[in-house]
Write a protein that binds this ligand. Structure first.
Ligand code: A3P
Length: 320
């Protein structure tokens, strides 16, 4: 089995070596494939998925640009789709396991299991842009939920995250450098703007299949958007579940930043993830606020990013 895995890897690496590349934020190189930038490991996973991933109509795929609210949505969707109990007992898997372990990231899973790149759970996650998703995720009719967030907050969140994730021997990336690369689109799974637009267009064309949610809207009125989510998944809440202290508000409270980030498992636990044997669960929780980027970015940086966003998004009414 190891031989076969190696053969697949070698074939993919050969293909990757011919692509345009630049210095990565964390990895040595990132490569431009189908208009987006990936580290070598991620791209290997993506190529495997494109070659043989089979989606099922009942699958639910959470898609995000990194640092846009993946952890939050993984927790919400896990509870929604499993109708798991949301108490503080060990019967609730989120009490003992990181949302990242409960909901697998497809490209990471595929790189580890190239012969069988389908996780056992039908709720899955990916950062892959819409154009590069495996064909079966589109033809099977499976549901896709895409969450996006203000790019300034995404950049700042990503910069903090990468510097926490990086091994000690790799030098820190400065915020100025991260900003410069992010603005040019040279960021993990970037360009950010094309990533959002790909899913936005799909949600307009196939509203029954692709739902777009915005992090800032969810923070403002989580109950409303969670009800939308449940309806989209074909499991609307009952009137009782929606009322007062019913399931919806319990769900919102349990998955809030304050609650999740204070669980023992997310404060002290760890899991293995993309190429890293140990990722501390706590690095997925920082502030969970809207607009923290203004505390980090200079005025000109803010203006520059806003200008790109305005230009790229204006005809699509994606910004208020
Ligand atoms: P900040 O760095 O701005 O605090 P992802 O989960 O896609 O990696 O994104 C991480 C971002 O989401 C971080 O943003 C993190 O703090 C925030 N986050 C994590 N859990 C959250 C939750 N339950 N509710 C809201 N935001 C959350």
């Amino acid at each position: 089995k190891e031989d076969e895995n190696n053969q697949i890897l070698q074939k993919n690496l050969l293909m990757v070596s011919e692509l345009p590349s630049e210095k990565g934020w964390l990895s040595e190189n990132i490569h431009l494939y189908q208009g987006f930038w990936y580290s070598t490991g991620v791209l290997n996973g993506l190529l495997i998925l494109q070659q043989c991933f089979q989606a099922q109509p009942s699958d639910i795929l959470l898609a995000t640009y990194p640092k846009s609210g993946t952890t939050w949505l993984k927790a919400l969707l896990f509870i929604l789709t499993n109708r798991t109990c949301i108490d503080n007992s060990e019967k609730n898997p989120l009490m003992t396991t990181s949302p990242h372990e409960l909901v697998s990231m497809l490209e990471s899973y595929a790189a580890k299991n190239p012969m069988n790149p389908r996780p056992s759970n039908s709720l899955m996650h990916t950062h892959i842009p819409y154009t590069s998703l495996p064909e079966s995720t589109k033809s099977s009719g499976c549901r896709i939920i895409y969450v996006y967030r203000d790019p300034k907050d995404v950049l700042v969140s990503c910069w903090h995250f990468v510097n926490k994730l990086k091994p000690n021997e790799i030098p820190q990336i400065s915020l100025v450098e991260a900003f410069e690369r992010f603005s040019r689109g040279v960021s993990p799974y970037g360009p950010y703007w094309d990533h959002v637009l790909g899913y936005w267009k799909a949600s307009v064309e196939f509203p029954e299949r692709v739902l777009l949610l915005r992090y800032e809207d969810m923070k403002r009125d989580p109950c409303f958007h969670i009800k939308r989510l449940a309806e989209f998944l074909g499991h609307p809440f009952t009137t009782e579940e929606e009322a007062g202290e019913g399931l919806v508000s319990k769900l919102v409270d349990f998955c809030s930043f304050e609650k999740l980030s204070n669980l023992e498992v997310n404060k002290k636990g760890s899991h293995s993830g993309f190429g890293f044997p140990v990722i501390e669960n706590k690095i997925f929780f920082r502030q969970g606020q809207v607009g923290d980027s203004k505390n980090h970015l200079a005025r000109e940086m803010i203006d520059h990013l806003d200008q790109i966003t305005e230009e790229k998004f204006k005809e699509f009414h994606l910004i208020n």
